[in-house]
Ligand binder design. Sequence first.
Ligand code: ADP
Length: 246
Amino acid sequence: MISLLEVSGVSKTFDGFRAINNLSIQINEPELRAIIGPNGAGKTTFMDIVTGKTRPDTGQVLWGERNESLTGLSEAEIANRGIGRKFQKPTVFENQTVRQNLAMALKNPRGPLAALFFKEPQTDADRINEIAGEIGLADQLPRPAGELSHGQKQWLEIGMLLAQDPRLLLVDEPAAGMTAEEREKTTDILKRAARTRAVVVVEHDMEFVRRLNCKVTVLHEGHVLAEGSLDHVTADPTVIDVYLGR
Ligand code: ADP
C-alpha cells in the first residue's frame, strides 16, 4: 500500500465564498474511501480540484510515488496520470452494444507491464470479457446500451473507466436513482474495483456507505470534520451537530 494522492492545505474561494478551506486528504493505493457531508460541504469542488477542472488558490495536490504536483496541470494531463471520474449521470453510447462501448473505452492498452502479470498477453476481447464480469454485465455484451436499466448503465460507465486502468477512480453518487438490488450490486462492483486501485466515492445514501464498509471522510464547510469508520464518524458530536443542523 502506498500513498497515492495527497491533498494538502488546499483552499478555494468563489466570489469571496470559501468553498474549500485548508483541506487535507490522503488516499492510499489500493483503498476504498467514502466522502460524505451535507450539501455545499465542498465534495464536488474537491473532485474538481483533483481532476484539474478547478485550480486551488493555495495548497498542494501531490500524486504517486514521486510526489508529483498536479496543481497547474491540465485536465487531460491529470487524466493521463491515471485519474478517472464518474459523474452522476451515466453517459454511455446508447446505440452501441455493451461490447462496443467497452471496446471504445479500451483505447489505452495496458502497456508492457501487463505482460508481467498475465501468462498470455491479453487480447482486447479477453479484457472486455474480464471487465464485463467485474461490472456484472457478462451476459449483456451484445445488447445495445440504450436497453439497459439505469443501474446497468452506471455499471457500464464504471466499466468504461476501468477499461482505461485508472489508479484513482472518483465516483459521484453512484447509488442515486438505483433500486435496492442495484445499490447492493454497485457496492460489490466498487469494492472489487478497489482491490487493485484507489476508489473514492462521494455518496449521500448512508446505507450504501455502510455497505461499502470502508474509511469515511466527513467534509463540512470545505474541510475535514471527521475521519474513520462510519460508526466512528457518526458517533462524533460535531458530525451529529452538522447533520442535525444544530
Ligand atoms: P457539495 O458537492 O458538497 O454539495 P460543492 O463543492 O458543490 O459542495 O460546493 C461548495 C460550495 O461552493 C457551495 O456553497 C457552492 O455554492 C460553492 N461553489 C461551488 N462551485 C462554485 C462556482 N463555480 N462558483 C461559485 N460558487 C461555487
